[in-house]
Structure formats: structure tokens, C-alpha cells
Design a protein around this ligand. Structure first.
Ligand SMILES: Cc1ncc(COP(=O)(O)O)c(C=O)c1O
Length: 383
């Protein structure tokens, strides 16, 4: 059979490849972004209790109402935006599903979608499956900031959507208020839509103000805001996320969501709703929690040959290895895994046209001892 691929350029993701290589070489896996520490102990108990109480059938298509109410309360607390839990919030199977569904709802055949490289890997295939075309704007080291005038130059009469991600994976860059205002101005002026991937929204460091598309009224009117409980509550394997959107957009979003998954795992939705109600501090303490890990990891690497780039948010640290090797970043990551037993992610895979840089990404969502062991091995790397 000769099957014509709908995604001819897609292979196994770099995350799967590096994780597999890490297992083969028994290396410490700082490549894929997931915590190696447990979630709050109450959470598994609450799931168990929900299941025992008989909450084992389909959740309502937009999500368990108690959870949507908690999301609405959190959105109001964090961003002073009032959203209707009944009509504007949809619970999804991870942020990945929300992103995919939002793209299918918004992008029509022939539409152009502006992305910033390095871009999270699910954006482009989602756009292509919707019949759209991605327009890539590369962000440059070491700050990876957006030049909004350059963005405006890329807007054509086919542009439909801008996809943004702040705090940004993999760079750790966080949009300032000025960035959000510039984005809002473009979206309004050119009547575009926006998907705002905010899965790391609660991980912004050094007392920097935390912003969201939720805070900018005219932008929010044309945006699907996406977040992830996997990131916020250290349960990436649960694949639970959500989308907040204006009513009209939510209607279209739900038409697709109901035929992709219909609904997500009921006991987990119930458990997270109860956890959010019982322990609101878990969200407010998250930035400090990860800032300490960032600082610890950075301190340990001070005597290494890596040059650490700024990290304003997320749980990723970029490192420039140009003083250590002339290899390209994919080869260097392979060598690091095989010879020094630490797995990382090369930055070039997140770009359509990678700029000249020798930079890799480490995930610091790890126990102290994991970070310490990894750093010890990384400090041995020499040229
Ligand atoms: C920027 C970004 N968006 C979306 C996702 C997907 O989130 P989820 O695991 O909730 O599907 C991730 C996960 O790594 C991410 O880094």
C-alpha cells in the first residue's frame, strides 16, 4: 500500500528520541519536560475517592462544572477577568488537545498562521491538518524577544491567527506588558485571532509581573487562552488542560472538542477541582518553588563550561555550549547522553530555519539530588 502522508515531514518527536537515548545509556533525563517528584499527596487520594463515590462515567462535554468554576475563580484572582464557567471554559485532555482543537476551530484552508520559533512542536502539524500554512518568525539569542514591527511586516491578507507562548518553552522568555499591548494592537488592527499558550503561567520568576492574554480586554475577545493542570500540579501524565475563550469562539471550539475526545477523565477533573478549592496556595507557591530549583541548578553549573542564558519563567534552562564543542546541537546532545550520561534537547529542532547558535535545553523540574548528580556530570564536560 502506498499511503500519502498528511504530515510528510513529521517523524518521532525529539522528546521521545532523547528519552529513549537516555534510557539506553542510563543517563539522567533532563530532556523531556516532566517532574521526577510526586504531586501533592492529597491529589491521588481525591482521585481515588471520586472514583469510589461512583464518578466513573462520562464527564459533561465541556468539563466537570466544579472544575470550570475553580478555573473561573482562578482566572479572576490572577488576571481580574470574569469568565462564565458555563459558556467560556472547556476542560480538555491536556493543553495539547486544547491547542489542536483551537487551531481546527479557527484556521481554514489557505489561511496563514504566524508562529515564533523556537516553537512548541504541536503547533505546525495542527495548522497543516487544518489546511493552513505556518509563517515562522525566528527569535534570536540570547534574549529571544519578539520584534513586533517585524511581525507586522509578515501579516498578509491571508493571516488568520498568531500563536504565542509565554512563559516560553524552550527559552524561558516571558512577555512584558508592552509585548502584550503590541500583540493586542496587531490583533485588533488586522482583525486576527490569537491562541495564547500559557501552560507555564504560574512559573514567572524574580518578582516579575505575570501577564496573560486574559488581562487585555480587546485581545481576550479574539483569543483562546490555553493552560495545563499537568504543569501546574506536577501531573503531566494526567493530560488535563483547558481553554478559556469568548462565547462565540467557545461554541466553535466545543463543536470540535466533542468529536475529538468528547470529555476527559472524570475522577481527575473532580480531584483537581477539590484540590484547587482546598489548597489554593499550591498555585501561588509554584513560582517560588521553581525559582529555587532554577537558582540551585544555575549555581551548581557555575563552574561548568556551559554559559547559562537568562531564565525568566518555565522550568527550562538554556545553556550555550560553544566553549565546549564545535558539534551541532543534535550531535552534541547525543554525545552528552552517551559520554556524560545527561540527556538534553537541542534547540535547533524547534526552528524551521535555526539561527547560528550552539544552545541546548535542560529541564530543572527535578529533585535536588537529580539536579546535583546531573550538574556534577555536566561540570566534567570539557573541550
Ligand atoms: C509550550 C507547551 N504547550 C503545550 C504543552 C502540552 O501540555 P499538556 O501536557 O497539558 O498537553 C507543553 C508541554 O510540554 C508545552 O511545553
Amino acid at each position: 500500500m502506498k499511503l500519502q502522508s498528511k504530515l510528510p515531514s513529521v517523524g518521532t518527536t525529539i522528546f521521545s528520541q532523547m528519552s529513549q537515548l537516555a534510557t539506553e545509556h542510563q543517563a539522567i533525563n533532563l530532556s523531556q519536560g516532566f517532574p521526577d517528584f510526586p504531586c501533592d499527596p492529597l491529589l491521588p487520594e481525591l482521585v481515588f475517592q471520586a472514583s469510589q463515590r461512583g464518578l466513573n462515567q462520562y464527564a459533561p462535554m465541556p468539563g466537570v462544572l466544579a472544575l470550570r468554576e475553580q478555573i473561573a475563580a482562578l482566572t479572576q484572582r490572577c488576571y481580574s477577568r470574569v469568565v462564565c464557567p458555563e459558556r467560556q471554559i472547556t476542560v480538555t485532555s491536556g493543553a495539547t488537545e486544547a491547542l489542536f482543537v483551537a487551531v481546527q476551530a479557527l484556521v481554514r484552508s489557505g489561511d496563514e498562521v504566524i508562529l515564533f520559533d523556537p516553537a512548541y512542536d504541536s503547533y505546525q502539524p495542527a495548522v497543516e491538518l487544518a489546511g493552513g500554512r505556518t509563517v515562522h518568525i525566528p527569535l534570536q539569542p540570547p534574549m529571544y524577544r519578539v520584534d513586533w514591527q517585524a511581525v507586522e511586516r509578515q501579516i498578509s491578507n491571508k493571516t488568520r491567527l498568531i500563536m504565542v507562548n509565554s512563559p516560553h518553552n524552550p527559552t524561558g522568555m516571558v512577555f512584558s506588558r508592552e509585548d502584550w499591548l503590541a500583540l493586542e494592537a496587531l490583533v485588533v488592527k488586522h482583525r486576527l485571532f490569537c491562541i495564547s499558550d500559557e501552560v507555564y503561567e504560574h512559573m514567572v520568576f524574580d518578582g516579575q509581573a505575570r501577564h496573560s492574554a486574559n488581562q487585555f480586554a480587546q485581545l481576550a475577545e479574539r483569543t483562546v487562552v490555553v493552560s495545563s493542570f499537568g504543569k501546574t500540579f506536577h501531573v503531566t501524565g494526567w493530560k488535563l488542560g483547558y481553554a478559556v475563550a469568548p462565547v462565540e469562539l467557545s461554541v466553535e471550539f466545543r463543536k470540535i472538542h466533542q468529536y475529538v475526545t468528547f470529555s476527559s477523565f472524570t475522577p481527575a477533573q473532580q480531584a483537581i477541582a477539590e484540590l484547587m478549592q482546598k489548597k489554593p496556595e499550591l498555585v501561588t507557591q509554584l513560582a517560588d518553588f521553581y525559582q529555587q530549583k532554577r537558582d540551585y541548578f544555575r549555581t551548581l553549573l557555575q563552574s561548568s563550561g556551559f554559559r547559562l542564558l537568562p531564565c525568566q519563567g518555565t522550568y527550562f534552562q538554556l545553556a550555550d555550549y560553544s566553549a565546549l564543542s564545535a558539534l551541532d546541537d543534535v550531535s552534541f546532545c547525543r554525545q552528552l547522553t552517551a559520554d556524560y550520561k545527561v540527556a538534553a534537547i537541542p534547540l535547533s529542532v524547534f526552528y524551521r530555519l535555526p539561527p547560528q547558535q550552539q544552545v541546548i535545553r535542560f529541564c530543572f523540574a527535578k529533585e535536588q539530588q537529580t539536579l546535583q548528580q546531573a550538574a556534577e556530570q555536566l561540570c566534567r564536560v570539557s573541550n
